[in-house]
Design a protein around this ligand. Structure first.
Ligand code: SF4
Length: 257
């Protein structure tokens, strides 16, 4: 749980707010929750955080229905599949999105720490920090974001299996997880009902889609998260399952050199 990191007076207030919101909104469905956080609870302070991956169009569509001008933050790690960039363009046009931000890594950091573009193969945690965590932290400050809507689901990983609608990170930024309690069938049905286009790599056996060097197809019967960071099992002794954007990254601040 993100709130494991809570330790200051300000953080305690944030945790109290999480508990208050969790209790108050627990009976809301995903659509009601999205509407409320955009129009009331975090009005003008909330963004959708999206990977434009296998399931992303569903939440994007739900948010755009409420307000297509809601900021959508896409981490442009510069390591995505060409088909992901095409999909971003396709979804942006189809859903008439008005406020998609491409968050890029700091060019100086890339030059200093990943000049050959192969950091992912030797220090994937550091690569994720430089290409995802740092750009997200920067955008949150620049845009005055206080809360991020995410598409994470409980069923995806053991780290997520007790996740609620609301969390708060070490910097006091709230996470809102409207699909936390959805399962694969419900997502597939709603995706079909809304007639949303699939990411083109889904048809090629990819179930969870991230950066090209760290994503492999798992086929029809494979577990979706097995296709992410498969190469890290040898490096870290266990397969990396999270990129770090939803965890406490204060311990990794020495990477900003
Ligand atoms: S997913 Fe891979 S390539 Fe992308 S930022 Fe993380 S380590 Fe780097």
């Amino acid at each position: 749980m993100l709130d494991n990191f809570i330790n200051t007076e300000i953080d305690k207030k944030a945790l109290a707010r999480v508990q208050r919101m969790e209790a108050f909104y627990s009976g809301f469905d995903a659509e009601q929750l999205i509407k409320t956080v955009i129009n009331q609870e975090f009005k003008n302070e909330v963004a959708l955080f999206s990977s434009f991956g296998a399931h992303s169009a569903l939440l994007i569509d739900m948010v755009a229905e409420v307000n297509p001008k809601t900021p959508i933050l896409f981490l442009d790690t510069e390591k995505h599949f060409a088909k992901t960039y095409e999909y971003v363009e396709q979804i942006t046009k189809k859903l008439c999105l008005k406020n998609v931000h491409f968050l890029k890594p700091d060019p100086k950091l890339v030059k200093n720490t990943d000049p050959n573009g192969e950091l992912w193969s030797i220090q994937p945690n550091r690569c994720c920090w430089m290409r995802k965590v740092e750009p997200l932290q920067r955008a949150i400050k620049e845009l005055g974001i206080k809360a991020l809507i995410t598409g994470r689901k409980r069923y995806q990983t053991s780290e997520r299996n007790d996740m609620g609608y609301f969390q708060v990170d070490a910097d006091g930024i709230f996470r809102i997880n409207p699909l936390a309690f959805w399962d694969k069938d419900k997502i597939a049905k709603e995706f079909k009902f809304r007639q949303l286009p699939q990411h083109p790599l889904v048809a090629e056996g990819y179930k969870s889609i991230g950066c090209e060097p760290c994503t492999i197809p798992v086929g029809e019967n494979g577990d979706e998260r097995d296709g992410r960071w498969a190469h890290t099992a040898d490096l870290y002794g266990e397969q990396k399952s999270e990129c770090g954007i939803h965890l406490d990254e204060k311990t990794t601040s020495d990477w900003s050199v």
